[in-house]
Design a protein around this ligand. Sequence first.
Ligand code: ADP
Ligand code: 5GP
Length: 190
Amino acid sequence: MNKQKKGVLVVVSGPSGVGKGTIVKTLVKRREDIVESVSCTTRAPREGEVHGKAYYFLTRTEFEQRIAENDFLEYDEHFGNLYGTPKSFVQKTLEEKSVILEIDVVGALNAKKAFEKCVLVMIAPPSLAELKRRLQGRGTETDEEIEKRLSRIEYELSQKDKYDYTIVNDDLEQAIKELEDIIDRHKNTL
Ligand code: ADP
Ligand code: 5GP
C-alpha cells in the first residue's frame, strides 16, 4: 500500500450489541468520504440482510479459496463461521476515502499487524446490564446465541488498552461525533 492515501483505515470493535453497527451506519450515511468495508462471511444471512450490503455471504469452500488467494486483510472464525475483510476493496478505497472495518478484537489486532497505520477504536457499553438489554432488544439472536455473545464480553473489553481510543456508547449522537472526530484527526496521514 504505497500510493498516497486520502483516507484513514479505522477499525471499530466492541461486544455484540454495544451499538457498533448503529454508530457506523449513521456516520457513513452522513459523510460521503467515509465508507464501511463489507466483510465476507460463511454464516447464514439474518432476515433482511442483503448480499453485498450486510456481508458477502460465501460458502466455506468459496471462503477458503479466497484465503488461499491471499485476498483477506485479516480473517477469523466466530461461533463456527468464518469472517474476513477483503483486502483489494480496502486498498483501492483508501486512495479517496476513509474506510471503517467493524471487526472483533482478534481481527482488529491482526489488521494492525497487516496495516500498521490503521486506528483502533473500541466501543464500550455504559454498563453490562444496558448491553444485555440492547442485545435482547435487538431480537435477532436466540437466547443461546445471546449467552455465547455475552460470554465473550469480558475478554473483548479487557483488550481495550491495546486500542488507540475507547468510546462509551451511552448517548448515541455523542458516540457518533467522537468517531467522526477521530477520523478527521487521522485522515490524510497515511
Ligand atoms: P452491534 O452492531 O454492536 O452488535 P447494534 O448497532 O446492532 O450493535 O445495536 C444493538 C441495539 O442497541 C440496537 O437495537 C440499537 O438500536 C441499540 N442501540 C445502539 N446504540 C444505542 C444507544 N446509544 N442507546 C440505546 N440503544 C442503542
Ligand atoms: P455477526 O454474526 O453478529 O454479524 O458478527 C459476529 C462477529 O464477527 C462480530 O464480533 C463481528 O465483529 C465479527 N466480524 C464481522 N466481520 C468481520 C471480519 O471481517 N473479520 C473479523 N475478524 N471479524 C468480523
